[in-house]
Structure formats: structure tokens, C-alpha cells
Design a protein around this ligand. Structure first.
Ligand code: PHE
Length: 452
């Protein structure tokens, strides 16, 4: 195993690590995906389950991945094999996840660009129309073009290695996004009729609890924190030994969950205010339908819309860059390709997978895979199938094969590990047992053996 990390470039210090990891974590997952899942799975109960998972499971998996990276000094595809030969396949499995996510993530990124353009053109009021979103995504050409813009921009940034510039910009823009989101959330919750929505979002209704709530929340947790796909391992490999790992992980966890929480407050109460009820069929369009209505009602709606979609675009770009960078380095490390060519291959591959995801809402909407649109299917396979399996195998690898001491020792290097007992119990027993139970029941329900 490569214990030497000196030759690897490192983040300048704690702030550098936390900011870079937060840049990857905070993205469309928080602002676009979290609110629609919360609405879909019954509001408060989803939020409740999500927060419990974030402080236990999310935290444990986050410190595990960062520690694996820092200890081995390797990225995911090599790191698991370096820890234990039998787990070499886990590196490959983990690497599949960002490969699946990058294309469809960029389709949504394209939608964000389109909305930004609409607001810049001063057509925000049209975007608030009931049919606007549906009409847009079912077009054959336009959403594909926006997808190509978004992924092209990501590729250019990765190709020219100017991530640093984007990261610097997002360091300033991220706090602005937080402030703007809080302002919009305050506006939303004070709309007439919004209070019902606030209650729906904040008060857990335990009668709506089901295994699917937990599976949905768990997939979202991994997605939002960029876990179970090797990204935090790679970031950990750049982290210095004297940076407090536990504290950094906690900060990222809190920041990421906080932004998701505020995004829910922006969107869900607004839906109640405008429709008088809970979102009936909450899906990927929720943010794009609800927010334009909010902006259309505000005094400075156009300015707010431009600013909001611009900031979301930045958040999405820092995430898509980290996704593409990860995919590129997987191919480089594994196949020894040079960087430019690899970027191009990754770009073309992502385009080939992304176009069907986009068309799945329009001309190809008759293509349904196990009852889902193409984009939803990719989302499901990565978040609800592969990531739980990767997380489970990571728990088994560290908890039972290598031993939790591997991670505990690494963490103790940079400070006292107070949560050691909780860590040990979670990684060995609580997390794996829960994941297995969830996976089994969701497969059984998918096969119609049980109804949950
Ligand atoms: N965590 C990012 C988000 O919430 C998405 C992402 C997933 C980014 C995987 C990088 C890798 O939007």
C-alpha cells in the first residue's frame, strides 16, 4: 500500500479541503432533488428520516471515505484494492456510479441554463405558466442543446484545468446563494396559504412512513454528500494529515444538509400557496415549476430569477466538474491514457448517454424501463441500487475484513476521535443491517412480493 502521500498535491489546509468538498457536495442534489423527494415521500417524515441518517450514517460513511483516501493516498478505483485484494472489484463498482450520474446530471444542468436564459430575456412570467416546463422538456431539440452547452462547459473547464478559477468564484458565490435562498424561503413561507406547506414539510406524519421513504432518503443522502461514488476518497487523498478529519466531515455534513433544508422551504410551501395542496405528482420538474411562480409574485422577480439560476448554475458546475474530473481520472489511472484524449472520450460517452435521458421526456417518452423515464431510471440505478450496495460493501470491508481500527487510527492522527464507539457500532452492525433490510424489502416490493 502506498503510505506516502507527499508526492501527491495537497489542499492548502483545512479550509481548502472543506471548501472543495463542499463545492462537490452542494449542487443540484440539494436544490433540485431534495425538495422534490421530500414532497414525494410525504414531507416532514422524509425530512425527519433524512436528518437522522445524515448525522449517523452520512457522517460515518463520510469519515470512512475520507480516511481511506488519506491513508492510501489513492483514488477509489485503486484504494479498495490497496486495502484488501479481495475488494478490488469494489473500486470498479464505485467508479461506475459517477459514470452513470454525470450524463443525467448535465441534462438537469442544461435545464438550469435554459431558465437562466429565460430570465435574462425577461420572460420569467412565461416560465411561471403551467405548461412551460412540460413543453420545454418534451421538445426534441432544445433541451438536448442546453444539455450539450452544460456538459461542454464542464468539459472545457476540466480540459483546461481552470477548476481553481471556478472554485474561487464559487467561494464568493456560495454564500450569496445561501443568503438569496434564505430570502426566497422567507418570502415563500409568508405567502398566503403557505403555512399548510410549512407544516407539511416540517411535521413528520408517521402514518406516511414506509421502507421506500428510508430508501429514498438514503439514496439522496449519498447523492447529496457525494458519497458511495469514490469522490470523498479522492478528496481525502489530497488531505493533509494534520487537518481535523472529523470536524471537516461534520462541517460539510451540516452545510450540505442546511442548504437542502432551505431549498425545501423555498419550494414546498410555495406549492401549497399556489395550488392549495401538496404536490400531487412531485417529480424532477418541481423546482422548475414552483420557483418561477414565486418569482412572478415578487417585486423584483426577474432580478431574483436571474440571480437565483445563475447561482444554482455555479453550484451545479462545481459538482459536475468534480464528477467529470473523477471519471477522467478513473480512465487515466486505469488505462494510462493521456488527459486530453481522456477528456474527449468521457465527454463523448456522456453525450451518448445524456441525449437519450433528455429525449426520454419528449419523443422517446414511450421508452419506459421498469416503469420509469430514462433519466429517472439512471437516477434510480445509481442512487437506489448501486450506491447502497457500494456503501454496504464499504461497511463490510472496513467493519469486518480490514477492521475499523484502520479508519480509527487514521482519524486519531489529526485529533481525538470521540465518536469512536458510535463509529464502530455503526460501521460494523447498524449500517450494514439497515442497508440489507432496506434493499431486501425494496426488491421484494418491486417484485410485488410484499406491499410497503
Ligand atoms: N453532491 C452533488 C449534489 O448534491 C452531486 C454530485 C454527485 C456531485 C456526485 C459530485 C458527485 O448536487
Amino acid at each position: 500500500m502506498n503510505q506516502e502521500t507527499k508526492t501527491r498535491s495537497t489542499f492548502s489546509g483545512k479550509v481548502g479541503f472543506v471548501l472543495a468538498a463542499a463545492g462537490s457536495a452542494v449542487g443540484l442534489g440539494n436544490i433540485w432533488r431534495f425538495p422534490y423527494l421530500a414532497a414525494k415521500y410525504g414531507g416532514g417524515i422524509f425530512l425527519f428520516v433524512y436528518i437522522i441518517l445524515a448525522v449517523t450514517f452520512g457522517f460515518v460513511l463520510m469519515i470512512t471515505e475520507i480516511a481511506i483516501g488519506r491513508k492510501t493516498g489513492l483514488s477509489a478505483i485503486e484504494a479498495y484494492g490497496a486495502i484488501n485484494k479481495k475488494f478490488k472489484f469494489l473500486g470498479v463498482l464505485t467508479s461506475l456510479v459517477p459514470i452513470i450520474i454525470l450524463p443525467y446530471y448535465s441534462v438537469i444542468g442544461g435545464w438550469v441554463m435554459k431558465y437562466l436564459a429565460v430570465y435574462i430575456a425577461g420572460q420569467g412570467n412565461e416560465a411561471a405558466g403551467a405548461k412551460f416546463f412540460g413543453n420545454f422538456i418534451s421538445e426534441p431539440i432544445e433541451p438536448v442543446l442546453w444539455f450539450l452547452f452544460f456538459i461542454g462547459l464542464t468539459a472545457i473547464i476540466v480540459l483546461f484545468g481552470v477548476q481553481k478559477g471556478v472554485e474561487k468564484a464559487s467561494r464568493i458565490l456560495m454564500p450569496v446563494l445561501v443568503v438569496l435562498s434564505v430570502a426566497v424561503a422567507i418570502y415563500s413561507v409568508t405567502l398566503p396559504g403557505a403555512m399548510e406547506g410549512v407544516k407539511y414539510y416540517l411535521l413528520p406524519d408517521f402514518s406516511k412512513f414506509s421502507i421506500n421513504t428510508v430508501l429514498g432518503a438514503m439514496g439522496q443522502l449519498f447523492y447529496s454528500l457525494s458519497l458511495a461514488m469514490g469522490i470523498m476518497i479522492t478528496y481525502g487523498s489530497y488531505m493533509k494529515r494534520d487537518v481535523d478529519l472529523v470536524q471537516s466531515a461534520r462541517q460539510i455534513d451540516i452545510f450540505d444538509t442546511g442548504i437542502a433544508f432551505i431549498a425545501g422551504l423555498m419550494i414546498i410551501p410555495a406549492v401549497f400557496a399556489f395550488t392549495g395542496e401538496a404536490p400531487k405528482k412531485a417529480g424532477p420538474g418541481l423546482m422548475f415549476q414552483a420557483l418561477p411562480q414565486v418569482f412572478a409574485n415578487m417585486g423584483f422577480g426577474t432580478v431574483a430569477g436571474i440571480l437565483f439560476f445563475l447561482l444554482v448554475l455555479f453550484a451545479a458546475l462545481t459538482s459536475s466538474i468534480s464528477l467529470m474530473e473523477t471519471v477522467v481520472s478513473i480512465f487515466q489511472d486505469k488505462l494510462g491514457w493521456e488527459r486530453r484524449g481522456t477528456c474527449l472520450v468521457v465527454l463523448l460517452g456522456a453525450i451518448a448517454i445524456g441525449i437519450p435521458s433528455s429525449l426520454g421526456f419528449g419523443p422517446w417518452s414511450m421508452v419506459q424501463i421498469i416503469g420509469m423515464d430514462i433519466l429517472d431510471f439512471f437516477d434510480f440505478i445509481s442512487n437506489s441500487v448501486l450506491m447502497p450496495i457500494v456503501a454496504l460493501l464499504t461497511c463490510i470491508c472496513i467493519g469486518h475484513v480490514v477492521g475499523p481500527k484502520f479508519v480509527e487510527d487514521e482519524i486519531s492522527l489529526s485529533g481525538k476521535f470521540r465518536e469512536k464507539k458510535m463509529y464502530n457500532a455503526t460501521i460494523r452492525w447498524i449500517a450494514p443491517v439497515c442497508i440489507v433490510a432496506i434493499l431486501i424489502s425494496s426488491v421484494m416490493s418491486a417484485l410485488g412480493i410484499i406491499t410497503i
